[in-house]
Design a protein around this ligand. Structure first.
Ligand code: PLP
Ligand code: COI
Length: 339
């Protein structure tokens, strides 16, 4: 294992030894290539640079107490990349090619999978881009699929501690019938301004509202929203929300733990009725939200005891982590051991 200060890692880029690549040309994907370069050599007229033909994924691998490396639900990320690619007219790697590339990238960089005790993990970033010269607005004829990895710590600085978020009432990250439900770079570009404003004002991130009526809760920056009240886990149903694999897993765990699960529009006015609120995602895991400010109305909503994650959020967090790190039996079949 590499000699890194694992417990001090934040969510950032660390150079590892190898990445894995495949190129789509003349109707087929090339066999996987291993590269030790951090650079891509692409044509300056590539569609990813001009017309936003780009999709990425994010998933994690964890080292257990037994030293084994466990990969979490990679097939779901593969399927989501296929959906993203279809919508913006890109060729996508098959589920098999995607999972093979992910496993290979982990294996080649095994020494960067953080030790069990550190609580850190290996973040895996698959990337799909349209390449090759293309001047008119049209789908590319060639595509590049790259998988690289980096050891990471918590996404929100606090780790598993309540954070403050602000309601975003000006900017939208996605149009009502646009690309919010898929994982494409344009959504993140559209959300940057709101994110930077939120950070500058001292918030972890911005909570977007639905872009049609501005009445309902949408995404929490790069994570899904959930609220808990009366033993019910509530998460928004909306076409502009990315279907989070973490959230899908939490809904299953919540039901398994005796909570009711509701997926439906969540009006802003409902916020103050929640006992607990959180943001969830691969990078965020669960980030409990302790306070939401609406700068337009001047209203501040507080959840739970100051500085303490809520009871159900803690139970869900512990359960998800136990499955990911192999401390609990994988009864849902979510984990694959990388041999
Ligand atoms: N929402 C957005 C906008 C995201 O970028 C992410 C991260 O992938 C999520 C939600 C959480 O999705 P997942 O749990 O699949 O990582
Ligand atoms: C993830 O949770 O994997 C994300 O993609 C979040 C972000 C870093 C874009």
């Amino acid at each position: 294992m590499k000699n890194l200060d694992w417990s001090q890692l934040s969510f950032g880029y660390t150079k590892t030894d190898y990445n894995v690549r495949s190129r789509y040309k003349d109707g087929k994907w090339s066999p996987l290539e291993v590269s030790d370069s951090e650079m891509l050599d692409i044509h300056m007229a590539s569609t990813c640079l001009h017309y936003g033909q780009e999709s990425f994924e994010g998933l994690k691998a964890f080292r257990g107490k037994d030293g084994k490396i466990r990969l979490f639900r990679a097939e779901e990320n593969a399927k989501r990349m296929i959906n993203s690619a279809d919508y913006i007219m890109m060729q996508a790697p098959s589920v098999e090619l995607f999972t093979e590339a992910v496993a290979k990238a982990i294996k080649l960089n095994e020494a960067y999978v953080p030790p069990y005790e550190s609580g850190a993990s290996l973040y895996i970033r698959p990337l799909l881009i349209g390449v090759g010269p293309q001047m008119g607005v049209a789908p590319a004829k060639e595509y590049l699929f790259v998988v690289f990895v980096a050891p990471v710590g918590p996404y929100f600085k606090a780790g598993f501690k309540p954070v403050k978020m602000m309601l975003e009432r000006v900017y939208d990250r996605a149009a009502p019938n646009g690309t919010g439900h898929i994982k494409v770079g344009g959504n993140y570009a559209a959300g940057l301004k709101a994110g930077v404003i939120a950070h500058d004002k001292g918030y972890s991130t911005a909570i977007f509202l639905d872009s049609k009526e501005k009445k309902y809760i949408d995404e929490c920056g790069p994570a899904n929203f959930f609220g808990i009240k009366n033993k019910t886990y509530v998460t928004p149903a909306s076409h502009t929300i990315l279907p989070s694999i973490t959230n899908a897993s939490l809904m299953i765990l919540a039901e398994d733990m005796g909570l009711k699960v509701e997926r439906r529009p969540v009006p802003v006015e409902e916020l103050e009725t929640f006992e607990e609120v959180g943001a969830c995602g691969t990078a965020a895991v669960i980030s409990p939200v302790g306070q939401i400010d609406d700068l337009t109305t001047g209203k501040s909503i507080h959840f739970g005891k100051p500085g303490e994650p809520g009871e159900w959020s803690t139970k869900l967090y512990n359960r998800l982590r136990a499955i990911q790190y192999g401390d609990e039996a994988d009864k849902f079949g979510w984990v694959k051991i990388i041999e």
